[in-house]
Design a binder for this molecule. Sequence first.
Ligand SMILES: *[C@@H]1O[C@H](CO)[C@@H](O)[C@H](O)[C@H]1NC(C)=O
Length: 287
Amino acid sequence: MEKPFLSFLLLLFSPTLISSLPYYYPTTKNILNPIDSCWRADPNWSNHRQNLANCAVGFGASAMGGKYGPIYIVTDSSDDPINPKPGTLRYAAIQDNPLWIIFSRSMSIRLRNELIMNSYKTIDGRGASVSIGGGGPCITIQNVNHIIVHGIVLHGCARGSSGNVRSSPEHVGHRIGSHGDGVNIWHSTDVWIDHCSMSECYDGLVDVTHGSTRVTKRVEGNWKNWKWRSTKDVFLNGAYFVPSGWGSCSPGYSAQQQFYVAPGTMVPSLTSNAGVLNCLTGKACVY
Ligand SMILES: *[C@@H]1O[C@H](CO)[C@@H](O)[C@H](O)[C@H]1NC(C)=O
């Protein structure tokens, strides 16, 4: 069980924004954040699934997933780590070409060993109820890039066993057994994990290690000499913030990179739809 040297994944909240994205989208009950409002307000979202790849904000923003590839429909929840059958999640995930992977129906997938992703893949559970785990190993993102995982339940992820696992159509490798993380990201870039519900995994839920880039970590050090400011935050239950450093903290963002920062009081509303969403085909996914 390797200890992650990064325990904090910040894919979504960096202050860059594609200027064409809609901003906060008010619905009857909630206000959608800029990432969600980019696709959830579209009643035809299920025919425009690959638009999701335009929606991320922040360090994972350039993750393409399978944006320029065909849609691949998973119809079979079974698993074979060495010779995956067409129609299974593993068959799709290991292919060399970009694929946007969706599911024909709701299903629980209990993998027989870790799922080793190949580059340029999206696993898109929207419109179905898809869970991975259930006492089997889960997802390994290792030495690859451009991965999106959206709308998947990862629950009860267990350690993998030592043995052979296929990582591409050409390559089967011997594995020592994965750690039991929900998603293990190792030496990979441009990864976006969004609206997944993750719980009760043997190791971490998301473990990011070994030079994975476009991930943020909080650094230890002499922070009192650094410039720290708080803007529009709300402090509850005795929480407080100590500003430090002198002078202006204004970051040098271009006009295109700027967007309205919602006040901290909106956090409950903006995060109330975290986790897997219950989207219906043919309807805007707003509730
Ligand atoms: C939904 O999108 C598809 C693909 O863009 C389009 O062919 C279809 O007409 C759209 N349906 C509606 C109701 O807008």
